[in-house]
Ligand binder design. Structure first.
Ligand SMILES: C[S@@+](CC[C@H](N)C(=O)[O-])C[C@H]1O[C@@H](n2cnc3c(N)ncnc32)[C@H](O)[C@@H]1O
Length: 197
């Protein structure tokens, strides 16, 4: 059974009301002043973001990676998809002028290594956009504390995430600066970042 089709169907159910492809497209159009060079999406999943970006930014060369073989297939011949992990990418240093990482980092076992790789392949002054878990309100924080605890108890693969104040330190270490934070929901934020030159 094609995992991509099942995943796309699941997404269409949860994403009926909110078109986050639109939201990312708006952010990119606003932020990326010179839409040329190479763009990477880390963890493409169904491909909904990279396909939209490729349509929007015709002058950019679009690349995407994922660790699930079914997710690195597309009918769009302009998108270069490959089976790679965020923690160890085959791309050369300073290769991308823009990188997007949406709802991926909390699935990656070694998030620090992934951040270091993302920084390595991004050009100085390049744009990096993350969307990830950043529980803000007390109840969300409590919920995620329970998630942390159950991960510890059962050594499971439940989402692992950085606490909001850790994000800044982890990114700073990799020469990535947060330029702006935009709230997506009470638990998810868009982090608009720049690789320091
Ligand atoms: C929640 S999905 C998000 C997919 C897509 N970005 C979206 O928002 O529709 C998480 C994706 O991250 C991928 N993923 C998990 N670990 C990864 C890793 N180490 N490197 C690259 N991708 C990874 C999964 O296979 C999955 O496609």
């Amino acid at each position: 059974m094609d995992k991509k089709k099942i995943y796309k169907y699941g997404l269409s159910l949860v994403n009926k009301e909110r078109k986050d492809e639109e939201e990312l497209s708006r952010i990119l159009k606003e932020i990326v002043k010179k839409p040329t060079g190479n763009l990477l999406e880390v963890g493409v999943g169904s491909g909904r973001f990279i396909e939209r970006i490729c349509d929007d930014f015709k002058k950019m060369k679009c690349f995407g990676i994922d660790v699930v073989p079914d997710f690195v297939k597309t009918n769009n011949k302009k998108i270069r998809l490959s089976l790679q992990s965020a923690e160890k990418m085959d791309f050369p240093d300073n290769f991308f002028s823009c990188i997007v990482v949406v709802d991926v980092l909390h699935h990656v076992p070694n998030r620090e290594k992934a951040l270091s790789e993302i920084s390595r392949v991004c050009k100085p002054n390049g744009t990096i956009i993350f969307r990830d878990i950043r529980p803000r309100h007390m109840l969300d924080k409590m919920e995620y504390k329970l998630v942390d605890l159950s991960c510890l108890m059962y050594n499971s693969n439940l989402p692992k995430y950085f606490h909001p104040k850790d994000w800044e330190t982890k990114l700073e270490k990799e020469k990535i600066q947060i330029v702006e934070i935009r709230e997506y929901s009470s638990q998810l934020d868009w982090l608009i970042c720049k690789k320091i030159g």
